[in-house]
Design a protein. Structure first.
Length: 337
């Protein structure tokens, strides 16, 4: 009954939601009326209603808002919210003491998240902007640009994301990759535009450690073959992929998600002891790993794509496990050292 009532009121409020449509029985899409979605592209629709635990919830892939239907209606149409509350009560939901369906089970910290952050998405920037030009030069697919933005002040962005980051970063401008899980925005990876020195940091990753926060977790299908890589940009060139946001996180993926159908794709660094050691550990853990042939000299997936190579085909043709993986790794080390 709860799902029926939730869906009824979603339909009733739908006339107030630009580009609203049902994509399937338990999933609806619209432009986000919490943040306004993209101001430059009126075609963007990054707000979603979806069913979870016998209730519908709303989330926005742009601003990270996570709301129950009650809280969404309270924001958009208080009069409908009152009717909704009464109907849920009359239907026997939490009889005798109607309680608003909470999003806290789904998004433990969403209530404390700001509705906007100090960065702009690429679609809201002019083509000549350095962040847009950088992404074009890297050949990043345009269908992934919704995940990429630019901040003029990483320090401010970090503090907005989590007060624990207060005064930890300077006001440096950076490219921003937005990390989302089922609860919306759970982190950011910020890349510098400056020339990297030995003491400099190319990337800073902001995330909440208590959450499962890998890039691509908001859309990956774990029931099908999927790829696990280190960096978000590399994952953007593969279908059904996630990025661990650091090579040290590869070993712990199995503790957080079901990686039965996963292929682990590390950077192509046969001379790097840490990469070789990590591959050895993954093979011992019975994981499927990609080990590229010696004639492929490109370091990562982005480099392969920029060189005109079919990265997915190469990965699929050079995925190994168990004894075969050990044999290929041994040859890989011998022929490249």
């Amino acid at each position: 009954m709860a799902l029926y009532i939730d869906k009824k009121y979603i339909n009733l409020v739908s006339s107030m939601l630009p580009k609203f449509k049902w994509k399937k029985e338990t999933l609806a899409n619209c432009r986000c009326v919490i943040c306004g979605d993209s101001t430059k592209s009126k075609g963007k629709a990054r707000g979603y209603f979806f069913a979870k635990n016998n209730n519908f919830f709303y989330k926005c892939h742009n601003c990270g808002a996570g709301l129950s239907v009650y809280n969404f209606l309270q924001h958009v149409s208080p009069s409908l919210c009152k009717d909704y509350s009464m109907e849920r009560f009359c239907a026997g939901e939490n009889r005798g003491n109607f309680k608003k369906p909470s999003s806290e089970d789904l998004y433990p910290v969403s209530a404390s998240r700001p509705k906007s952050y100090s960065f702009k998405y690429l679609v809201d920037l002019p083509e000549e902007h350095k962040a847009v030009q950088y992404v074009i030069e890297r050949n990043i697919p345009k269908d992934k640009w919704d995940d990429i933005g630019y901040t003029e002040d990483m320090g401010k962005l970090a503090e907005e994301f989590d007060e624990a980051y207060k005064n930890r970063f300077s006001a440096e401008d950076r490219l921003v990759v937005v990390i989302r899980n089922s609860g919306g925005i759970c982190g950011f990876q910020c890349r510098t535009f400056a020339k990297i020195t030995k003491r400099g940091m190319k990337y800073f990753t902001l995330k909440r450690e208590k959450e499962i926060c890998y890039y691509g977790m908001d859309r990956v299908d774990l029931n099908k073959k999927f790829y696990i890589v280190e960096g978000p940009i590399n994952s953007m060139f593969l279908p059904n992929a996630i990025a661990t946001l650091g090579s040290s996180n590869f070993i712990h993926v199995q503790d957080k998600i079901d990686d039965t159908n996963a292929v682990y794709v590390l950077d192509n660094e046969p001379h790097k002891k840490e990469t070789v050691h990590l591959l050895e550990k993954l093979i011992d853990m019975k994981k499927s790993v990609c080990i590229l042939p010696e004639n492929i000299t490109e370091k990562d997936i982005n480099d392969m794509v920029s060189s005109g190579l079919d990265a997915k085909k190469l990965i699929d043709q050079n995925t190994y496990t168990d004894l075969k993986a050990k044999l290929v790794l041994t040859k890989w080390k011998k022929t490249t050292t």
